[in-house]
Design a protein around this ligand. Structure first.
Ligand SMILES: Nc1ncnc2c1ncn2[C@@H]1O[C@H](COP(=O)(O)OP(=O)(O)OP(=O)(O)O)[C@@H](O)[C@H]1O
Ligand SMILES: Cc1ncc(C[n+]2csc(CCOP(=O)(O)O)c2C)c(N)n1
Ligand SMILES: [Mg+2]
Length: 361
């Protein structure tokens, strides 16, 4: 039987004493020496965090067992504490980066059933640090949090970010003529999710498929691109969490523009998803257009900016069509000449909505 030590066998203090030291452990090993924003870390009523700009961005994101991850997926794969911690770090630092900020701190609130293995929680601490490092945000530490018992695992983090004297890059600044760019990936985590949700699959045998599963379990957002794109004049930015089309619709609506996507660029993103598409009978372009959770950074930058290596040009921004053209204002996103709502059924999707979406896409 399961002889593992569970959180129900420890006091809160004992669990924190095991958890907190692990949050910083890998920094030395990774050779990261970036300045930390942490002035006072876990242990007092509050942490103290540097805010050199005088302003800071702040956002929060939650993962709930059964809704955002599964301890055991239909495919048999298990989400470790490390996975959940890694994803928690990524989904939060990505939001700070999407404002053009440098992630500066995380506070993490854990709700845990009493039978949760202590090892799972220790792995979560390691995953949190590994996630910030993978997202190239070594300066961002978990500076505090909260612990509590509950019926299912819920992991919430709040992230702060440093604007470094720049204006925040909002969703409403895209202008006609801008190029639409992506730093990071889209579609991979959604392909991974559909693989995880398939009970007929035996994963762990094909490195290409496993890499997609890994993108769902441990997504990586290239956070330095947030500040980099801001410095190069980004007019809007969002992290792609709910799906390319859904998230770009938010930008296009807020900015009063339309976005035209380039098929060739999307095909390039779909290419590595083809083997998964064949196995699951899915057009991989569907994942690229509608899949969430990669937490890549979608941005618009003026047309005259030379795009650095490392970002992919996905399309361009154009003025909103007026009623005179006969096109309704709901057609915000186009795949070349076709509004996405008119794409073949196999490509159409709604992206992710916590209250609407069924399992997968
Ligand atoms: N409970 C809430 N109270 C106040 N504002 C909220 C609440 N929930 C969401 N919002 C706000 O609604 C907006 C949209 O939320 P949403 O979670 O879609 O954005 P997001 O944080 O960029 O998403 P993601 O976490 O997927 O990147 C955000 O500005 C968020 O602060
Ligand atoms: C078990 C399970 N079922 C479904 C999904 C898919 N999913 C959950 S949240 C989300 C969007 C981002 O959320 P948020 O906006 O809260 O960051 C997506 C695509 C999953 N990850 N796990
Ligand atoms: Mg976001």
């Amino acid at each position: 039987m399961n002889q593992e030590l569970t959180v129900g066998q420890l006091s809160e203090g004992q669990l924190i004493a095991r958890f907190a030291p692990l949050l910083a452990e890998q920094s030395a090993a990774s050779g990261e020496s970036a300045e930390s924003y942490q002035i006072l870390g876990p242990g007092d009523d509050c942490a103290v965090v540097a805010a050199p700009d005088g302003r800071f961005v702040i956002s929060t994101d939650t993962q709930v067992q059964g809704q955002d991850f599964a301890l055991v997926w239909p495919s048999g794969v298990r989400s470790s504490g490390f996975d959940t911690g890694h994803k928690c770090a990524t989904q939060n630092v990505a939001d700070a980066a999407a404002m053009g900020a440098v992630p500066s701190s995380l506070v993490v609130s854990l709700t845990l059933p009493k039978n949760t293995p202590v090892r799972w929680v220790e792995d979560l601490a390691r995953g949190l640090r590994a996630g910030t490092l993978a997202c190239q945000a070594p300066q961002c530490h978990v500076v505090g949090g909260d612990l509590g018992a509950g019926g299912e695992i819920s992991v919430t983090a709040t992230v702060t970010g440093d604007l470094q004297g720049r204006d925040p890059v909002r969703r409403n600044g895209a202008r006609p003529g801008d190029q639409v760019v992506l730093a990071g990936t889209v579609g991979r985590a959604a392909a991974g999710l559909d693989l995880l949700l398939d009970p007929a699959l035996e994963l762990g045998r094909d490195p290409q498929l496993d890499a997609l599963v890994n993108s769902q379990l441990r997504p990586v957002s290239p956070t330095p691109w947030g500040a980099r794109l801001a410095q190069s004049g980004a007019t809007s930015m969002i992290d792609a969490s709910d799906g390319l089309v859904r998230d770009l619709t938010r930008v296009a609506t807020a900015s009063g523009v339309e976005i035209v996507l380039n098929r060739e660029a999307l095909e390039e993103l779909a290419q590595p998803l083809r083997p998964a598409g064949e196995i699951l009978g899915q057009d991989p372009l569907h994942w690229v257009l509608n899949g969430g959770e990669d937490h890549g950074l979608l941005s618009t930058v003026p047309a005259d900016r030379q795009l650095p290596a490392g970002v992919l040009r996905l399309g361009s921004v154009r003025a909103e069509c007026t009623a005179a053209t006969g096109v309704t204002h709901t057609e915000r996103i186009w795949l070349e000449q076709t509004p996405v709502s008119q794409l073949p059924l196999g490509l159409r999707g709604r992206g992710w909505d916590h209250f609407e979406s069924e399992d997968g896409f």
